[in-house]
Design a protein around this ligand. Structure first.
Ligand SMILES: [Fe+2]
Length: 429
């Protein structure tokens, strides 16, 4: 009887080398617009890596791309130094690249200005990260350096580097090679699962129409992968904790397990165990502390504060078009309304996953009451938006699905990779 395969999965580390310049007005302005941290990333990654190193039972780590803020050469160099420390602690690392890792015209901050810094091209990345996947490949797609690695006895990882174009298009280019790899593994009776940066399936129904939230032609591609019998793809990019499943007309399935960013709330990592019967347990946890002046907040409060600040920023960017100033008297009134923080909570929870406001909660009742009070607006929105997107034909049902998942499976789940069943994994941390 062989040992179950066990590994950690993290995504979107977005490391920024502070020596490049990470303070001043330009930094503060950029920071406001993002849920992810910038200057703090070194401290967050060090905290997370210390935990990974301390778990001597789990010696494999998968990283689903976006190693750096925007592909700064200095950030990549320092990031690789951190990976080397994990390797020295006995860890085997398999990574793929993300859209932020190369060809991004990276910049740093100096006072009121952004300054361009030395970049990394996408073409340089396979060489830079050769030790973390490619070195152990049993098959390589020569053009994009996607690879298959034997991660355990009878288990293969299909690592798909980021190479996509506009609106995440271009996946077709590598599909023949991918399907061949899936068929090879299946012919040997081995389990194969994938890891790519951009989600294969939308993380929430509301994101199905959002170009950046998944690969282009996701339904066709996911169907082709599932019908070739690839049961699972790990993804990142959306900074969102989300587990989704697609079942094809032929009755095959594929799961997309998207892991939230390590660089921002909820700062999650997943521990995955796959046994001999291809039953997979996913247990998620979050970074509990990191060495940074957090103004008296806990790490999770700090991440939440940052995320809320970004949502607030986005709302007032939108309201600016209506002449409402972000720090003006109307904005102050809007912020005072108890519904405002509630609305921010709802948006943040879509990304945090395991949306808590299920039917039995006070918040669910409150949201439904609000929609009932606003019925003329809701009705008008259903009439106008429903034509373009069927989801909007029933806004209360859509809202219910967004604010509270009846079965909480974004964090801790048990999934059978042979049959496609999924259930919540209880009593895990
Ligand atoms: Fe990304």
């Amino acid at each position: 009887m062989k040992q179950p395969l066990q590994f950690y999965l993290i995504a979107d580390l977005h490391y920024f080398d502070n020596a490049l310049g990470a303070e001043g007005e330009a930094y503060e302005a950029r920071s406001l617009t993002d849920q992810k941290c910038i200057a703090e990333t070194g401290a967050i990654i060090d905290s997370a890596f210390a935990r990974l190193a301390a778990d001597t039972q789990t010696n494999i780590i998968l990283i689903a791309g976006d190693m750096t803020f925007n592909g700064e050469a200095a950030s990549h160099r320092a990031m690789i130094g951190k990976l080397e420390m994990l390797r020295a602690a006995g860890k085997k690392i398999y990574m793929i690249t993300g859209n932020h890792d190369g060809d991004n015209m990276p910049y740093a901050f100096a006072g009121e200005a952004r300054i361009l810094v030395e970049e990394t091209t996408r073409a340089q990345l396979p060489g830079l990260y050769y030790e973390y996947g490619l070195r152990d490949a049993i098959a390589v797609d020569e053009q994009r350096r996607c690879y298959v690695a034997q991660v355990g006895e009878g288990v293969r990882l299909l690592g798909i580097n980021y190479f996509l174009g506009k609106k995440n298009s271009g996946m077709e280019a590598v599909m023949d090679w991918i399907v061949e790899q899936i068929e090879n593994a299946n012919a040997q009776g081995e389990l194969i699962f994938g890891m790519m940066h951009v989600p294969l399936l939308p993380g929430s129904p509301i994101l199905a129409g959002e170009g950046d939230a998944k690969i282009k032609d996701w339904k066709d591609i996911a169907t082709r992968l599932a019908d070739a019998r690839l049961p699972l793809m790990f993804t990142g990019h959306m900074h969102m904790q989300s587990v989704n499943k697609l079942t094809t007309p032929a009755g095959n399935f594929i799961f997309d397990i998207c892991t939230g960013a390590l660089a921002g709330g909820p700062c999650a990592m997943r521990k995955v165990t796959i046994d001999n019967n291809w039953v997979m347990r996913i247990e998620s946890s979050t970074v509990e502390d990191f060495d940074w002046d957090k103004n008296g907040m806990t790490a999770q409060e700090y991440f939440q504060w940052r995320f809320n600040r970004k949502i607030d920023h986005e709302i007032f960017e939108y309201l600016k078009k209506l002449g409402i100033k972000k720090n003006g008297p109307i904005a102050a009134l809007v912020r005072k309304n108890p519904l405002f923080p509630f609305a921010i909570d709802l948006v943040r929870n879509i990304f945090y996953g395991d949306q808590p406001y299920t039917r039995d909660t006070h918040e669910y009742a409150r949201a439904m009451r609000l929609l009932a009070q606003l019925w003329p607006i809701v009705w008008a929105a259903e009439q106008t938006l429903g034509h373009k997107n069927a989801l909007f034909r029933d806004i209360p049902a859509l809202t219910a699905s967004l604010i509270g998942k009846e079965r909480k499976v974004d964090y801790n789940a048990m999934i059978c990779l042979r049959h496609g069943s999924i259930s919540e994994l209880k009593n895990s941390k």
